[in-house]
Design a protein around this ligand. Sequence first.
Ligand SMILES: C[S@@+](CC[C@H](N)C(=O)[O-])C[C@H]1O[C@@H](n2cnc3c(N)ncnc32)[C@H](O)[C@@H]1O
Length: 431
Amino acid sequence: MQLSGALRSPILLRNRAHPAELARPRGGFNSATAQPSVQPLVHVTPAPAYLRREPAPSDQSQQRRGVAKERVGEDGGRRRGEAPQRKVNWRRWKQERKAEKKKWKELNLLKKLEKQGRHYTLSVALPGSILNNAQSLELRTYLAGQIARACAIFCVDEIVVFDEHGEDAKSVEGEFEGIGKRGKACVQLARILQYLECPQYLRKSFFPKHGDLQFAGLLNPLDSPHHMRVDEDSEYREGVVLDRPSKPGRGSFVNCGMKKEVQIDKQLKPGLRVTVRLQEPQNPETKVRKGTVVSSHHPRTVSGLYWGYSVRLASCLSAVFSECPFKEGYDLSIGTSERGNSVDQVTLPSFRHILVVFGGLQGLEAGVDADSNLEVTDPSVLFDFYLNTCPSQGSRTIRTEEALLISLSALRPHIDEAVKTPTDKSEKENH
Ligand SMILES: C[S@@+](CC[C@H](N)C(=O)[O-])C[C@H]1O[C@@H](n2cnc3c(N)ncnc32)[C@H](O)[C@@H]1O
C-alpha cells in the first residue's frame, strides 16, 4: 500500500530491525531470614543480630551489681534462671524485609525477561473515524493517546487504522485513496500513534512539525521497554543512522539516545530507523559503543520483550486482511460487538498472528456496508470468532476506545492459554 507523501516517511520508518534484554539469575525471597518470631526465642540457634535483645540499662546495672531481682511485669518479664527474651528490632526487620521484597520483585521481573521469546503477534484494527467523535484537536489528540496507551499496555504489535467509509476503495492495490475529507482522521490517528511509539530522543529526526501533532507532546508517554532513558543499560536500543562518514569497511554511526554514539556492523542509509543490539563495552574509555543491527522483531522473538507497535493504514475493512504484513496472514481473527457471543465461554485455538477488529460509532456493519470488496452484510461471517467482551454492560454503548481496553483485558487470559506451549501446559498440570 502506498501512502500519501506527507505520511510516507514516518510510516515507512518502521523498517526497523530490533532485540533482547538482560537475562538475570533466578532467585527467591528468603523467608527464613525475613520471618521474625514473636515468641520469646530459646537458645537453640543463634538469632540474627537484629533479633537479639540488647540488655536494657537497668538490666545491665543489675547485672553489674550482681542483683538477681525477681520481676514480674505485665509483659511477663523473665524470672531468675529464665532464658533472656530477645527484643525484636522492628525498624531493622522492616527495612530488611522491604529490601528482600524489592529483590524478590526484581528477580521475578528478570525471570519474566529471561523467558524465551514471544513467537506470536497481536494486531488490532479500528476505524480512524472514531476521531471524528471528538470535538476539538485537543480531544482528538487525547483520544489517539488513549488508543496508543491501551495498545502498549496489552503489548499490541500492530495497529491497523482502516477507513470505514472507504467507498472509493474498489481495489485493495495501488495508491491509498481512502483519505478524503473524512479519511483525514485515519491519517491523523496513524500519525499520532506513530509519534507516541517513537522513543522521545528520535522524534526530532522522524517527525517534522505538523498540525496533527500540535498537542501530541502533551500526551501521556507509552513508557514501553524500548523508550530508554539516556543512562539506562539495555541490550537493545532504537536508533537513527547518522549522516557521518565512517572509514571504508566500518559500519555507520547511529544515535541510540546515549551519551556515546554507536558504530554498527553495516553501512546504512542516513536517516533510517534501526534496532541495535549493543555489545558489552570492551573498554569504557572508548568514544563509541559497538553494536549490530537486528530486525525490529528480534527483541520480541528472542527475548520476549515488548518492542512497540507498527502502524498500518487500510483503505477499507477488507484491506485489513488482504494487506496483512505476515506471509501466512492472520490465522486467528476476532470481531467485536455487543451482538457477539460472550467472551467468557470462548476457547481460542493456538495461533501465530491474531487480529482483533473494532468498529466505530455504527459498529462493524458500517465498514462492511461501505466495502464493495465484501459481498456480505453480516460482519460476523468475516471472523473466526465474533465476541461480546463485556456481557451485561451497564451503558447502552461502549465507545471504541473503551471497548479496546475491555476487550484486550478480557481476551488476555484466553490468548495466554491459546499460546501456551505443551511444556507450559504439562508444567501447570504437575503443580
Ligand atoms: C460505539 S460501539 C458501536 C455500537 C453500535 N451501536 C453497534 O451496534 O455496534 C463501537 C465499537 O465498540 C466495540 N464494542 C462495543 N460494545 C462492545 C461489546 N459489548 N463487546 C465487544 N465490543 C464492543 C465494537 O467493536 C463496536 O463496533
